[in-house]
Design a protein around this ligand. Structure first.
Ligand code: FAD
Ligand code: NAI
Length: 477
C-alpha cells in the first residue's frame, strides 16, 4: 500500500553525484531520501550508478586484471620471473570484476544507513507540486509517494547510439556489453577513439583481441595536449592498437556471428571491415527518461541536459541538478563535487566547484592525465607561457618499475610563473596528477613546486623535475 513520506531533500539517482549529495545533505542535518532504479543480477538494488555498475569501477577492475595478464606474458620475464603455461581464465576475471562492483554497491547501502539516508529502490518522477515543495512518485520495488522541499536531479547519462546501429549488447556493444564479453573476440571493432574506446580497446587487446578503432576526427585525442597525445598515439600503436583517424562511418550490419562496418577512410576510400564484436563509444547523452520533468516545467537545454546555472540551480525554485545530466565534463569526481556543493548551498553555505582544476585521467597503459590548459589552448588565447618537460626514462623509480614510457609536461605563465596546466603520459599518471591539482588550486608557481622536497626514488620526482625544466634547470636530464 502506498504511503506519503516527507523529506527535506529528495535525491533522484544514486550515482556519484546523487549518493554523495544525499550523504552530505544528511551530514548537514536534513532528512534525506535517495531514489535509484538500478537493478542487480538478482533483481535487488545496485546504487552507484553508471560509475559503479558499468563505468569507472568495473572498467578499472578489468584494466587491472588485463594488465596483470599482459605483464605475466611479457614483462615478468625481464624481472627474472618465468611463467610456464600461462592461460586466461576469463570467467574468473569477469567474476572478480562483478565482486568488486558488488562491494561498491553494498558500500553505498552501508553509507546510506550510517548517514540515515532513506533509500528507495525504484524510479523517481516528478508528480507535481506539494505544499512547500514537490511531490515525487516512486515506482518499482519501493513504490511510494514522497514530498520534499528540495529535489536534486542526478539521473546521469546513457551511451549515445549511432543511427542505424542499435545496441543489442551481443554484437553491437555499449559500455555495458563491452565490460561483459564472455569470450575474447578474435577481431574487435571500436567506433570512437575517446576515453572508453581507448580503455576498453586496451583491455581486450591485452587479452588477445586484434583491435581496430575507427575515429571520426582527423586528430587523435583532440582535447589532450598535442605533444602528450602524439606520444600516447605512438605508444598505443607500438602496443598493437590500430587507430584509424578521419573515418566516416556508413552502414553497420549485424550478421549471425559478426558485424560488418562500411566506412570511408581518411583519404575518402570506401572500406569494409568485419568484426566479431563492435563497441560503439561515441560519447554519452543526458538521461532524463521517466523523470516527468515536463509536469513541473523543469527546463532542459537544446542538447537535452537539465539547464542549470553555475550553482547547479535549475529553472525551478529548490530544484537542483548535478553530474552527467548537466553541462560540463562527464566525470564521477565532477559529479561528486557538484553533489557536495549543492547540499551545502541548500544549507545556506557557499558550496564551491572549481571547473578549472577538474583533472582528467585515461586509464590506459601508460596512463594519460591532465589538469588545466593545453599548449594549443594557451596559444589560441595568446597567453605567453613557458614549458618544461621531463621524461620518465630519466627517473630512477620508473626504471626500477620497468615502465619508462612518457613524460611530465608543465605549462607556466611566462610572467608570473603560475602553473597553468600539467600534462602527463606515463606510469601512475592518475596518482601523480593530484599534486598538480593541489598546486593549481593554491595557485602555485612552478618554482614553488620545484623547491619542495620529493621522496626518492619516486615517480613524483618527475613532476618536480618538469617544474625545474620550466626554467631550464632540470637536474637529472
Ligand atoms: P550516473 O552514475 O549515471 O548515475 C545516475 C543514476 O540515476 C543511475 O543509477 C540511474 O539508474 C539512476 N536514475 C536515472 N533516472 C532515474 C529515475 N528517474 N529514478 C531513479 N533512478 C534514476 N568517470 C571518471 O571520473 N573516472 C572514470 O574512470 C570513469 N570511467 C568510466 C568508464 C565508463 C565505461 C563509463 C561509461 C563512464 C566512466 N566515467 C568515469 C564517467 C562516470 O561514470 C560518470 O561521469 C558518472 O557516473 C556520473 O555520475 P552521475 O551521478 O551524474 O550519474
Ligand atoms: P568521448 O567523448 O571520450 O569519445 C568519443 C569519441 O568518439 C571522440 O573521439 C569522437 O570524436 C568520436 N566520435 C563521435 N562520433 C563519431 C562517429 N560518428 N564516428 C566515429 N567517431 C566518432 O566518449 P566516450 O569514449 O564514449 O566516453 C564518454 C564519456 O564517459 C567520456 O567523455 C568521459 O566523460 C566518460 N568516461 C571517463 C573515463 C575516465 O575518466 N577515465 C573513462 C570512460 C568514460
Amino acid at each position: 500500500m502506498s504511503t506519503s513520506k516527507q523529506f527535506d531533500v529528495v535525491v533522484i539517482g544514486a550515482g556519484p553525484g546523487g549518493y554523495i549529495a544525499a550523504i552530505r545533505a544528511a551530514q548537514l542535518g536534513f532528512s534525506v531520501a535517495c531514489i535509484d532504479e538500478w537493478v542487480n543480477a538478482k533483481g535487488g538494488p545496485a546504487p552507484g550508478g553508471t560509475c559503479t555498475n558499468v563505468g569507472c569501477i568495473p572498467s578499472k577492475a578489468l584494466l587491472q586484471s588485463s594488465e596483470h595478464f599482459e605483464h605475466a606474458g611479457h614483462s615478468f620475464k625481464d624481472h627474472g620471473i618465468d611463467v610456464a603455461g600461462l592461460t586466461l581464465n576469463l570467467p574468473q576475471m569477469l567474476k572478480r570484476k562483478d565482486v568488486v562492483v558488488k562491494q561498491n554497491n553494498e558500500g553505498i547501502l552501508f553509507l546510506f544507513k550510517k548517514n540515515k539516508v532513506t533509500f528507495f529502490h525504484g524510479r523517481g518522477a516528478f508528480a507535481g507540486t506539494a505544499e512547500g515543495g514537490y511531490s515525487i512518485s516512486v515506482t518499482g520495488a519501493n513504490a511510494d509517494t514522497l514530498s520534499a522541499k528540495h529535489v536534486v536531479v542526478a539521473t546521469g547519462s546513457n551511451a549515445r547510439e549511432l543511427p542505424g546501429a542499435v545496441f543489442d549488447e551481443k554484437l553491437i556493444l555499449s559500455n555495458s556489453g563491452a565490460l561483459a564479453i564472455d569470450a575474447v573476440p578474435a577481431k574487435l571493432g571500436v567506433i570512437g577513439a575517446g576515453v572508453i574506446g581507448l580503455e576498453m580497446g586496451s583491455v581486450w587487446r591485452r587479452l588477445g583481441s586484434d583491435v581496430t578503432i575507427l575515429e571520426g576526427l582527423p586528430t587523435f585525442l583532440g582535447a589532450v595536449d598535442e605533444q602528450i597525445a602524439k606520444e600516447a598515439h605512438k605508444l598505443f600503436t607500438k602496443q598493437g592498437l590500430k587507430v584509424s583517424l578521419g573515418c566516416k562511418i556508413g552502414q553497420i550490419t549485424p550478421g549471425a556471428n559478426n558485424v560488418t562496418v562500411e566506412y570511408a577512410d581518411a583519404a575518402g576510400a570506401a572500406q569494409t571491415a568485419v568484426f566479431d564484436k563492435l563497441i560503439i563509444s561515441i560519447g554519452r547523452v543526458p538521461n532524463t527518461i521517466g523523470l516527468n520533468a515536463e509536469s513541473v516545467g523543469l527546463k532542459l537545454d537544446e542538447r537535452g541536459f537539465v539547464a542549470v546555472d553555475d550553482d547547479c540551480k535549475t529553472s525551478l525554485p529548490n530544484v537542483w541538478a548535478v553530474g552527467d545530466v548537466v553541462r560540463g565534463p562527464m566525470l564521477a569526481h565532477k559529479a561528486e563535487e557538484e553533489g557536495v556543493a549543492v547540499a551545502e548551498r541548500i544549507a545556506g553555505q557557499h558550496g564551491h566547484v572549481n571547473f578549472n582544476t577538474v583533472p582528467w585521467v585515461i586509464y590506459t597503459s601508460p596512463e594519460i592525465a591532465w589538469v588545466g590548459q593545453t599548449e594549443q589552448q594557451l596559444k589560441a588565447a595568446n597567453v605567453a607561457y613557458k614549458a618544461g618537460t621531463f621524461p620518465f626514462m630519466a627517473n630512477g623509480r620508473a626504471r626500477a618499475l620497468g615502465d619508462t614510457s612518457g613524460m611530465v609536461k608543465v605549462l607556466a605563465d611566462a610572467t608570473t610563473d603560475e602553473i597553468l596546466g600539467v600534462h602527463i603520459v606515463g606510469p601512475m599518471a592518475s596518482e601523480l596528477i593530484s599534486e598538480a591539482v593541489v598546486a593549481m588550486e593554491f595557485r602555485a608557481s612552478s618554482e614553488d613546486i620545484a623547491r619542495i622536497c620529493h621522496a626518492h626514488p619516486s615517480l613524483s620526482e618527475s613532476t618536480k623535475e618538469a617544474m625545474l625544466a620550466v626554467d631550464k634547470r632540470s637536474l637529472n636530464f
